[in-house]
Design a binder for this molecule. Structure first.
Ligand code: NAG
Ligand code: NAG
Ligand code: NAG
Ligand code: NAG
Ligand code: NAG
Length: 325
């Protein structure tokens, strides 16, 4: 009897642990939208119910056309100033965002800035000198702040160049806004973080940002453990999602990425879609749903279409009742 009870306790403990690590719905989750013109049907997956994604960005200043009719209150578009325009005096980004608000009545409340400015173009970075970025910021971002829009500090790479780049940027920026002998600082509302690597590295990277820029909340706008096996990738996904959900300092996060496994640049297991555009387990968990069992190379004629949504949950519930009896 004692042994039996101990075994049952172990099973229940395992179930509780799985539930904690599980894909509970989260209002912090958003979409990094990376459309592929040859697979436009994939675009609507992220906004088809049930989904718990509340916001998205597309590395651009204007909304993505598949989502342009969805109200901000349902799926918030967050414009991004990706890089430096060829002329540092260019205010196209400012004009674009102002026009979204004033002409189109789109309630823009947050803006993201500079995608990996400390990274090379070849690696997807926007490769900007801190001094140039500071000038572009003063011309385009400061006026948006006066409109009450909350802004993120630039989104550096996960490498060691990020924090020094940001410190240099802030110091140059503050020089530009300090006029007439009056010292002023460029301000921002939250940190924007990218990370590719394991969970311990991610947690430590977030700790370094907190130490360098105290008392600021964070958005983790690109992250994954890249090029790992499925078990490692799923464990990383569960652990990091649980961590972000529990930490008040994390305002929002967006997993990279929302694309098919055969065109993934973070390895096939990190993609949220299989090679034919079906949600993988991670893809489904990210939307707050049950696992699909879809393999990364599996198509729509696989497990997903045979077993209707909710069956897995029902089976789990039955199993739990059987164990308790
Ligand atoms: C991740 O969480 C899901 C949902 O609770 C669970 O089914 C799965 O076993 C977990 N995977 C890992 C590797 O922890
Ligand atoms: C778009 O998807 C198709 C089909 O998966 C693929 O062949 C192509 O390389 C993708 N294009 C990009 C830019 O990822
Ligand atoms: C815009 O959105 C914010 C945040 O959701 C809300 O507080 C504010 O009332 C909205 N403004 C308008 C004009 O809808
Ligand atoms: C500007 O920031 C520096 C460094 O964080 C700080 O020491 C200084 O007090 C700030 N100045 C103003 C006017 O806020
Ligand atoms: C951070 O916030 C805490 C608590 O609100 C406060 O005591 C502390 O002075 C703040 N630190 C800085 C550097 O602003």
């Amino acid at each position: 009897m004692l042994q039996c009870t101990a075994a049952l306790a172990a099973v229940l403990a395992a179930m509780v642990t799985a539930a904690v690590a599980g894909p509970l719905a989260s209002s912090k989750r958003g979409l990094v939208f990376t459309p592929n013109e040859t697979t436009p049907a994939d675009d609507t997956i992220w906004v088809t119910k049930p989904t718990d994604l509340t916001w998205y960005y597309n590395y651009q200043g204007s909304p993505a056309s598949p989502f342009s009719n969805i109200p901000q209150s349902q799926f918030e578009f967050v414009p991004m100033l990706w890089g430096a325009p060829s002329s540092l005096d260019d205010t196209t980004f400012l004009t674009t965002v102002k026009s979204l608000v004033k002409d189109k009545g789109i309630n823009i409340t947050h803006v993201l800035t500079f995608n990996e400015p400390d990274g090379t173009y070849a690696n997807g970075g926007s490769n900007i000198q801190p001094s140039a970025a500071a000038q572009v910021w003063v011309n385009n971002i400061v006026p948006l702040q006066t409109m009450g829009i909350r802004v993120g500090l630039p989104a550096c790479t996960g490498g060691s160049t990020g924090i020094p780049w940001l410190q240099s940027f802030l110091s140059q920026c503050s020089k530009l806004v300090s006029t007439g002998g009056r010292t002023q600082n460029c301000t921002y509302d939250f940190l924007t973080i990218h990370w590719y690597g394991n969970f311990e590295g991610l947690a430590s990277h977030m700790g370094e940002y907190s130490a360098a820029f105290p008392n600021k909340t964070m958005w983790i706008t690109e992250y994954n453990v890249d090029n790992q096996d499925l078990a490692t990738t799923q464990t990383f996904y569960n652990t990091s999602a649980d961590y972000f959900d529990r930490l008040d300092i994390v305002e929002r996060y967006s997993y990279f990425g929302a694309f098919r496994s055969d065109v993934s640049n973070v390895g096939p297991n990190g993609a949220m879609l299989s090679s034919d555009g079906s949600l993988t387990d991670i893809g489904a968990w990210y939307l707050g749903r049950q696992a699909t069992g879809v393999k990364r190379t599996q198509g729509s004629l696989g497990f997903r279409s045979v077993i209707p949504q909710g069956t897995t949950a029902a089976l789990t519930a039955v199993l739990a009742i059987v164990l308790l009896l």
